[in-house]
Design a protein around this ligand. Structure first.
Ligand code: C2E
Ligand code: CA
Ligand code: CA
Length: 539
């Protein structure tokens, strides 16, 4: 479709140019005859028309238009000059100067077009080609049919640098990385900054693309020295790379870009230190993701979502503390989709924010209904993604929703993971503080799976520490794990938090956690996630 459109517009340009050339020559013939007859009073107007025609050709295609215009105008100039010299007829002199001025004007315009085009395809920050330039170049390369490789490069955790050290520092890093790439690739390839922290490189088909890509990964992993205001910092970066080749992987450049990106993504997913070459299996994984994305969108529109509630208990009295709200999708065909499948997909897009908002609203509404059935103070824990807690408006939105829902503020608990605490730190902490200031509780989910330093955690205003299931799994069998969980529980108490153990499945685990003074538990041993109606029955 795109191709036929391009062919159509090309034919149109050629036709228009041909009409322009014929018109120009016709006008030139009229000017010449008028000159011979001595009726030159309209020549100024006719030449102005000729100039207009040249402008039109520049507008249609400034490169070809300029060449043709200069050729025609020069021809007219020489013709006028020869007339003056041959017949010593000075009446053609003004026309001669006119054509000279036309040539100068056309050349100036041509330069203007050329600089504008160069600016439009250059990345302002790095001076490399930009995305638009790459598309143009790829179009040309695929049309020329010569084999080439496309390497897609993405920096790891660059967002964190931007968030922690500011965008101007991030810009310095990007410039330095661009410099490294230029030094490494030189004239062997064309480097593009795609925007953000993504780069691509086009290499000729006879080059060893894997070697080049792996060298780039190594070079980027070397410490990067940045000097700001006479203070020097060493920065440690990582890059992932994917490769797709023309015409082997695809003859379509958009597809090729997508494939190189998919290969890069696969390499990042596996935490690989080498570049990945695209293969068709990778594509089917991506297809599945795209399908899931569609299902999520449809679920948001048509409300295929619902919440199940898993009870949380006080460990020593088995008294109900509240529920964790867990999201499910049930499609009209009866297909159940687990959040373990669709949440990671949603997290790669902005869909997760809509999901979080939906869950909050629905959980608050259902909590209100549950509250009317019992005198017990109930807590509902809602999982919130890193993206949501890192958006500036998040805390305000939650506070507003809680007020509208007409429940006590301390009945809501927001569950975030440690990962949230390393993403957009400032905004996240401001949000947590604001939630806390309004009495909303905050729990740290999946605790013990990594990311944060203890010193940092101590500064966090957290109410509840949730020990991850993986730590609980074999505490009854493994002495080391048992002592570790014991230490984590003590740590939580020192931090001034209550502690809940998640994924408790066995009676022995329960007994051990009791000995260790764990405050609450959540797990199959005392309660699986249940549908809303069932949860109401329990109350
Ligand atoms: P999570 O927040 O760590 O939730 C606990 C998961 O462990 C739940 O799986 C729960 O059903 C499961 N679980 C609880 N006790 C046991 C047990 O004793 N044994 C076993 N084998 N599993 C147990 P689920 O519901 O499949 O949720 C998976 C993950 O999906 C959640 O992990 C959470 O990260 C995410 N998620 C679920 N609902 C939401 C949501 O509404 N919003 C967001 N952003 N994420 C959600
Ligand atoms: Ca959770
Ligand atoms: Ca968890």
């Amino acid at each position: 479709m795109k191709k036929t459109n391009t062919i159509k517009s090309k034919t149109r340009s050629i036709l228009l140019m041909a009409v322009c050339v014929i018109l120009f020559i016709a006008l030139q013939i009229v000017v010449t005859i008028a000159g011979i007859r001595g009726t030159t009073q309209f020549n100024g107007v006719l030449m102005a028309f000729q100039f207009g025609i040249c402008l039109l050709m520049l507008r249609v295609d400034y490169r070809i238009g300029f060449k043709i215009s200069i050729f025609l105008t020069s021809f007219a100039t020489i013709f006028l000059l020869s007339n003056i010299l041959r017949s010593h007829n000075m009446s053609a002199l003004p026309g001669f100067f006119n054509t000279i001025i036309y040539i100068i004007s056309l050349t100036l315009l041509y330069w203007q077009f050329k600089t504008r085009e160069a600016e439009a395809i250059t990345d302002v920050l790095t001076g490399l080609l930009n995305r638009r330039g790459l598309y143009k170049l790829l179009q040309k390369r695929t049309e020329s049919k010569k084999p080439f490789h496309l390497i897609y490069i993405d920096l790891d955790n660059f967002k964190m640098i931007n968030d922690n050290f500011g965008h101007s520092f991030g810009d310095l890093i990007l410039k330095a990385v661009a410099k490294k790439l230029v030094a490494l690739v030189g004239t062997a390839g064309v480097i593009t900054r795609m925007g953000g922290d993504e780069f691509t490189i086009i290499l000729d088909g006879d080059q060893d693309s894997e070697m080049v890509a792996n060298n780039i990964i190594k070079a980027i992993a070397e410490p990067l020295t940045i000097v700001v205001d006479e203070s020097t910092t060493e920065n440690y970066l990582r890059a992932y790379a994917g490769i797709a080749s023309f015409p082997g992987d695809s003859r379509n450049y958009e597809e090729l870009l997508k494939y190189a990106d998919i290969a890069m993504f696969e390499s990042a997913k596996n935490n690989s230190t080498t570049a990945y070459r695209f293969n068709k299996n990778m594509e089917s994984a991506v297809k599945k993701q795209v399908e899931l994305e569609m299902i999520i969108k449809e679920s948001l529109e048509k409300n295929y979502f619902y919440l199940v509630y898993q009870p949380q208990f006080k460990l020593n009295s088995k008294e109900l503390r509240g529920f964790e709200a867990l999201l499910r999708i049930k499609t009209p065909t009866g297909n159940m989709i687990s959040p373990a499948d669709f949440i990671p997909v949603a997290e790669k897009t902005d869909l997760i924010k809509s999901i979080d908002e939906y869950v909050l609203k629905r959980a608050l509404k259902e909590l209100k209904e549950m509250t009317s059935l019992t005198d017990r103070p109930l807590t509902i824990s809602v999982n919130v993604s890193a993206q949501s807690i890192a958006s500036p408006e998040f805390a305000n939105q939650v506070i507003k929703l809680v007020s509208e829902a007409n429940i006590k503020k301390d009945q809501l608990e927001i569950e975030i993971t440690e990962y949230c605490l390393v993403q957009s730190v400032d905004i996240t902490i401001a949000n947590i503080r604001m939630l806390k200031a309004h009495g909303i509780k905050v729990a740290l989910d999946d605790f013990g799976t990594g990311y944060t330093s203890l010193a940092y955690l101590f500064k966090m205003p957290i109410d509840l520490l949730k020990i991850d299931k993986s730590l609980i799994d074999d505490i009854e069998l493994n002495e080391k794990n048992k002592r570790f969980v014991n230490a984590v529980i003590s740590l939580g108490h020192i931090m001034g938090c209550e502690v809940i153990s998640e994924g408790v499945e066995k009676q022995e685990q329960l007994e051990l956690l009791k000995e260790q003074n764990c405050d609450f538990i959540q797990g199959y041993v005392w309660g699986r996630p249940m549908e809303f109606d069932k949860a109401k029955e329990v109350l």
